[in-house]
Design a protein around this ligand. Structure first.
Ligand SMILES: N[C@@H](CCC[C@H](N)C(=O)O)C(=O)O
Length: 400
């Protein structure tokens, strides 16, 4: 692992809040009920606000302090009883603003019992609650708690919860993840990019860094690049049908390539690939050989693939449109999370399937609803490489 220790000040993306739509009420925890209420989210949100509404941190009742930014203890359950109209921030249009020097170490080091401190990240809109779990091999929350935290109305809102844990077998770290339905997948591509940025923040590392990460899909190696993007060695794809796993008929190489599957009366043509987790990739069906993916009713068709009897471990499903040999577009229905804005392992599986079906070359840009990923399936080592962004959304604490 290449590590460069930096001083205790980190550059830290702050929010540029536009189109004020939500009001946050700042106050102390008042009753046990509030502190214990699972959904009383004490979100320590560091905001960039115009000088006229800047307050000194000391003036804000706080279990958590920031030295150079405002922070709010926001209680979503109390949004309806707002009393301070001066504190308005946007919840609908946030963009990452100019980096500001701020110490996050104090926040991320906190360990009060009854609270879970987290950082919310996203990779192209595929969003995760990242938890510092380096002191234990047991996740700090249960799958049931993860389901509640991921809820977009009554919780923080996320596609999954990711735990940064001690490494095993000589690796630097272990990554575990719960989907928003509480199930535990083997791997997550967008998640591992967020994981790498989270580790860099926890360990005060700057610049180019790479880590070895043990996952349910084996060894994964993310590398933070100079431009902040993360390039990940995602390992080799698994093509043997029974290992994906799928019960669909395999070809002479034991792979399910261009196999027919009947979903709700429609015969789809699919190729099954595991990137540690199972993927079913389709470019079309009997009615429409070339998909226009924007026309699909994902919420209707997605679950039918996910729970199809041909996929004993359920499946992620990618619907793909081919623009050229180097440019694809996909929409995804994720196992355990539904329609998401992006899926890193899915984009890798799509390029592998496109190569196997002779539809694209080994190096492609894959457009997802949340933005593009660069994917390369290298001939030399048979590994798939994924490059894309990972960004902080906000820092928070929640009573658990
Ligand atoms: N969004 C992830 C995949 C997360 C796991 C997936 N839902 C599964 O159950 O396999 C990615 O970016 O790869």
């Amino acid at each position: 692992m290449t590590k460069t220790k930096m001083k205790n000040q980190l550059p830290f993306p702050i929010f540029d809040c536009k189109n004020a739509t939500a009001t946050l009420k700042t106050r102390r925890l008042k009753s046990n009920e509030e502190t214990k209420s699972f959904m009383a989210i004490a979100a320590a949100i560091f905001l960039s606000l115009p000088p006229q509404i800047r307050r000194s941190p000391a003036s804000i009742a706080a279990p958590f302090r920031s030295t150079s930014s405002l922070h709010f203890d926001s209680f979503r359950s109390n949004f309806s009883s707002l009393k301070n109209p001066n504190l308005r921030v946007s919840a609908s249009s946030m963009s990452i603003g100019t980096p500001e020097k701020i110490s996050t170490t104090s926040f991320l080091d906190r360990r009060e019992s009854g609270f879970l401190h987290f950082v919310k990240y996203h990779g192209l809109g595929n969003d995760f609650i990242l938890v510092d779990n380096r002191d234990s091999t047991e996740p700090r929350i249960t799958p049931e708690q993860a389901v509640k935290l991921c809820d977009r109305n009554f919780g923080i809102g996320a596609d999954g919860v990711i735990f940064a844990m001690p490494g095993v077998n000589g690796t630097d770290y272990t990554m575990r993840i719960f989907n928003s339905d509480g199930s535990e997948p083997e791997m997550c591509g967008n998640g591992v990019r967020c994981f790498a940025r989270f580790i860099a923040e926890l360990e005060n590392l700057h610049g180019k860094q790479s880590f070895t990460v043990h996952t349910g899909a084996g060894l994964i190696v993310p590398e933070i690049q100079e431009d902040g993007k993360v390039k990940v060695d995602m390992g080799e794809p698994i093509l043997k049908a029974s290992d994906v796993p799928t019960k669909l008929p395999a070809n002479k190489d034991q792979a399910a390539v261009k196999a027919d599957i009947n979903v709700d009366g429609v015969t789809w043509n699919v190729t099954c690939v595991s990137m540690g987790n199972p993927h079913c990739v389709t470019f079309g069906n009997r009615q429409s050989q070339n998909l226009t993916v924007d026309e699909l009713n994902l919420a209707a068709i997605g679950p039918k693939f996910e729970h199809h009897e041909m996929f004993p471990a359920r499946t992620n499903t990618e619907f793909v449109e081919v623009f050229s040999h180097e440019h694809l577009k996909m929409r995804v229905w994720e196992r355990g999370a539904g329609a998401t804005l992006a899926c890193g392992t899915g984009a890798c599986a799509v390029v592998v399937a496109a190569v196997l079906e002779g539809r694209a070359g080994r190096s492609c840009t894959v457009d997802l609803a949340g933005g593009p990923l660069d994917i390369e399936w290298k001939e030399e080592d048979n590994h798939v490489y994924m490059t894309g962004p990972a960004e902080v959304v906000f820092y928070g604490s929640v009573a658990v």
